[in-house]
Design a protein around this ligand. Structure first.
Ligand code: A2P
Length: 257
């Protein structure tokens, strides 16, 4: 296992009964590409207990941001959800992952399709100037069961206009499309349904998804990834990987079982 560093918790926010986020210090030598994840955790009974978490902040931030579910009997999150400012957090030294901009071919519009905490890596990507340099529009889709689960993401999107690096580009090119499945909401339905019915693209006034022009990055539950992979493949999208860019790339959200 690669080396671990002890960072310090700087901020914790609880969004719902099941979701929280936190910020930690960041070692100046810790570098990552937007969309990557790293192993983080706590020392429990003298041993490190680690899980994969995507960085939810910009690669240029002085701090690290993470977005997590709370699982009552989850070995790590049952304890992690109780962290307080000043507590130590173990952070691996080697970020990795396939959900990075270099793994998708250049194109017209970039779709960032997420459910639940699968949103986290895309909060990093929407603050990366390369996303706006390479694509005409960047469409951030976040699907959740309930509207209350959208707040963390919505706040990031609202704050992006003040970002000195990407604020202006995001104001012109970023489209935020939250969707909710289990209560009334402006955009109601699963991402798969919203794409299949053509509603997503017609709501945001762009041409229907086309593998010749459009690119997608997916992060969510294994079921969501599986269904969207089938949907995109049927429309002629090829999956990319490190060193072989494609029309879409995937990463499963790291849900604790
Ligand atoms: P639904 O409420 O219809 O199950 P979860 O917390 O279970 O990961 O779900 C997060 C969001 O992802 C929910 O809105 C859920 O819709 C949706 N979802 C679950 N499975 C899929 C799937 N296979 N394809 C698309 N969306 C999904």
């Amino acid at each position: 296992m690669s080396a671990l560093r002890a960072e310090t918790v700087l901020d914790v926010e609880h969004w719902t009964e099941n979701l929280f986020s936190f910020k930690t210090t960041r070692s100046p030598s810790f570098r990552f590409d937007s969309g990557q994840f790293v192993m983080i955790g706590l020392e429990i009974d003298g041993k490190p207990l680690l899980r994969a978490y995507s960085m939810a902040g910009s690669a240029y931030d002085d701090t690290l941001s993470f977005f997590s579910i709370k699982v009552a009997n989850g070995p790590l999150t049952s304890k992690l959800q109780n962290i307080k400012v000043g507590d130590p957090i173990l952070v691996g030294a080697k970020p990795t992952g396939t959900l990075v901009l270099d793994n998708v071919k250049p194109g017209r519009n970039l779709y960032l399709l997420s459910t639940g905490t699968g949103l986290a890596p895309f909060l990093s990507i929407i603050r990366d100037p390369r996303a706006y340099e390479r694509f005409a529009k960047v469409v951030l889709v976040h699907g959740c069961r309930f509207a209350s689960e959208l707040t963390y993401g919505r706040q990031h999107v609202e704050e992006i206009n003040d970002d000195p690096l990407v604020g202006e580009m995001a104001a012109n090119q970023l489209i935020y499309y939250p969707a909710v499945t289990r209560e009334p909401f402006t955009h109601r339905g699963r991402i798969t349904q919203l794409i299949n019915s053509g509603r997503l693209t017609s709501d945001i006034c762009v041409p229907p998804l086309d593998s010749a022009f459009d690119r997608a990055m997916l992060c969510g539950s294994p079921a969501m990834i599986g269904d969207l992979r089938t949907l995109l493949t049927a429309r002629g999208f090829n999956e990319g990987a490190s060193h072989t860019p494609g029309e879409f790339v995937i990463e499963k959200a790291f849900v604790e079982k």
